[in-house]
Design a protein around this ligand. Structure first.
Ligand code: ARG
Length: 624
């Protein structure tokens, strides 16, 4: 499903693709000379299919005649008429669209045959993929894996909101890619190596030696405090600095005592990270920076062989092409410092080399995605360039940095607690859930509903975490994002509670006796519960049909652009269209024939929302 960009945002991908082909062929038949010239130039005559600007104009609009008219020096309407004549002679086109009309200066309004839409909709009922195709070509097992490098917090430091963004966005992208049938390797590139351990171990030996020999002697909060003190001492005290450096060398050369201490520190942090991942339902394989330690020397050797290494003031560097510093000189990537030490960039070079290398000496990836804040854009641009010039990235492979903006507080400044500290993730998630519970209890009281604590806790946990995730995913990741509990927990607007509520509404229809075809008796053949053909008459029904059929295009777009917010916008739009339908058209009280078709719409709306939210890592509820 490599979808040409021109077809993005078009509803009903399968139809759009066919129509695009038919229109292209009709243009070629109508204007053979222009078509031959275009093909010779490596182009084609593009029908310029776009979505119709208003529902009353149909489904699509083809604008190709206007552009072509210029080069042919003909009137646009004349070109459109010739195109129309070719289309009318094509039975395949007639099977797909109602007779088209020329509009305005010369575009073609196209309306898909309603019976096709209804049939396509019916096919999707009970289909677990809801019409979204699997990635084409080899079976999943035979495809090179896609690596999504995300979350990646640092040991002995608290996971912060930037890591939370990476975790939420990375997980959603991994889910979409997995759903499409890519084998995905979710890698947690934990910062578990380097000078911070030298400082920390040296300091702990003096002030809290038990932390280095006994599991759980300190918790992560203490560790973070110890790390801060160690850093201060490191910056102020030369003797400490020297000892810390020796400690790093010991660790990196495998000294058993240092290794054991390091292991304990990592375990301690890991347990805390796991709690956050568990709460957020994140699967992740840890493969920290330390994993690449044995490969660092090979990086240097490879770069040496490739003739890329330059020694500059004692450090081994690669100078980047096309990337200059403020002074106008080319920027270096420092591969090995003058003291022989390696750094963040070296580890990333080793990682990229390993990820693209063929198994068993590497992952054999075909596509590697790095999800971090936009501040690391230069770092990755440098790493990618060096890797490319070193020949580590195979032909046709894809590598990209998926950057995101800062998380800001309500005031537009960097997110901080009231006392000015960085916000702890655990506290942030707790607060979302607590606020959600308070809102829920207030609502229950207002509505005079009785629910037990179990229900309240479960709903609050689900909605609270959903709200945090959705607020993050629904903003374009490139922009900074303002964290606001009030906004993300609102029942109205583009929020998780609004979408979850639409799912709850549909579950309510089933509770009131509407057969949604998901009962045990019919689950083997879910379509059997619904009439064939499905019958629709109201504009609200057709609007919902068309919205539901957009899912495959939206998924294709998210996969290619790596923008989860596109899926969010779609689900929001779908919820609104569903709510309009449900508020304005009777379902349970409708005549039997209309009722069953309307229930089919309800069923597919719920399934589409659940699937879409699931791809965002968000669980749904039957009641809230
Ligand atoms: N640990 C890094 C940080 O906290 C993120 C690592 C991202 N992945 C990578 N391969 N560099 O900023």
């Amino acid at each position: 499903m490599q979808v040409p960009r021109r077809l993005f945002l078009l509803p009903m991908l399968r139809f759009a693709q066919t129509l695009d082909r038919q229109l292209g062929a009709a243009l070629e038949r109508a204007f053979p000379a222009a078509a031959a010239a275009a093909i010779a130039a490596g182009r084609r005559l593009d029908p310029q299919l776009v979505a119709a600007s208003k529902p009353e104009f149909g489904d699509f609009q083809a604008n190709g005649a206007l552009a072509l008219a210029k080069s042919l020096q003909q009137a646009p309407r004349q070109v459109a008429t010739a195109l129309l004549a070719e289309l009318e002679a094509d039975p395949a086109f007639a099977a797909l669209c109602l007779p088209p009309q020329i509009a305005g200066p010369g575009f073609l309004n196209l309306t898909l045959r309603p019976e096709l839409l209804a049939a396509e909709l019916r096919r999707r009922l009970g289909d677990p993929r809801l019409g979204v195709p699997l990635v084409e070509g080899q079976s999943a097992a035979a495809r090179p894996p896609v690596i999504v490098d995300f979350s990646s917090p640092n040991i002995a430091k608290e996971m912060h909101v930037g890591h939370l963004r990476s975790t939420i966005i990375g997980d959603a992208l991994a889910r979409v890619l997995e759903f499409r049938g890519h084998p995905v390797l979710r890698l947690n590139h934990v910062g578990d190596w380097g000078t911070q351990f030298g400082m920390l171990i040296t300091h702990l030996k003096q002030v809290a030696p038990e932390a280095l020999s006994t599991a759980d002697a300190v918790d992560l909060g203490d560790l973070v405090a110890f790390y801060r003190q160690a850093k201060q001492r490191f910056d102020a005290d030369e003797v400490f600095q020297a000892t810390a450096r020796e400690e790093v060398v010991k660790l990196q050369s495998g000294d058993p005592v240092s290794r054991r201490a390091w292991q304990l520190l990592c375990d301690q942090s890991r347990r805390e990270f796991e709690q956050i991942y568990g709460r957020l339902d994140i699967r992740l394989s840890e493969r920290g920076e330390s994993f690449y330690n044995p490969y660092l020397a090979a990086v240097v050797a490879d770069l040496e062989t490739a003739g890329l290494l330059v020694v500059d003031a004692g450090a081994k560097c690669v100078f980047l092409e096309g990337m200059q510093g403020k002074d106008g000189n080319p920027l270096p990537v420092i591969v090995q410092k003058s003291d022989g030490g390696f750094n963040y960039a070296t580890t990333d070079l080793a990682a990229i080399r390993y990820r693209f290398a063929a198994p068993p000496a590497g992952d054999g990836a075909g596509w590697v995605i790095y999800v971090t804040d936009a501040g690391q854009a230069h770092h990755f641009a440098g790493v990618f360039q060096v890797a490319r010039r070193a020949g580590w990235i195979p032909e046709g492979a894809r590598v990209e940095h998926v950057p995101f903006g800062l998380v800001q507080g309500d005031d537009g400044k960097k997110l901080k607690t009231r006392s000015g500290d960085t916000v702890r993730l655990k506290d942030l998630l707790d607060e979302a859930v607590e606020r959600c519970e308070a809102d829920l209890r207030r609502r229950l009281a207002e509505e005079g509903r009785q629910e037990d604590d179990n229900f309240v806790h479960q709903v609050a946990a689900t909605v609270g975490l959903a709200a945090v995730k959705y607020a993050d995913l629904s903003t374009n990741r490139l922009t900074n994002y303002q964290f606001s509990f009030d906004r993300m927990l609102a029942l109205q607007g583009n929020t998780a509670p609004y979408l979850l509520y639409a799912v709850v509404r549909i579950a309510g229809i089933a509770r009131k006796g509407g057969d949604l075809g998901d009962g045990a008796a019919t689950s083997a053949e879910p379509q059997a519960a619904f009439p064939d053909p499905l019958l629709f008459s109201e504009p609200q029904e057709w609007a919902l049909v068309r919205e539901l059929l957009k899912l495959d295009t939206v998924i294709a777009e998210v996969e290619q652009e790596l923008l989860p917010n596109r899926l969010c916008s779609y689900l929001f739009e779908l919820s609104q269209v569903f709510n309009r339908f449900y508020d304005q058209v009777p379902v349970l009280k409708a005549e039997p024939a209309a009722r069953a078709s309307r229930l089919a719409l309800c069923r597919l709306s719920a399934d589409t929302l659940k699937l879409g939210l699931g791809l965002l890592g968000i669980a749904t509820l039957e009641r809230m």
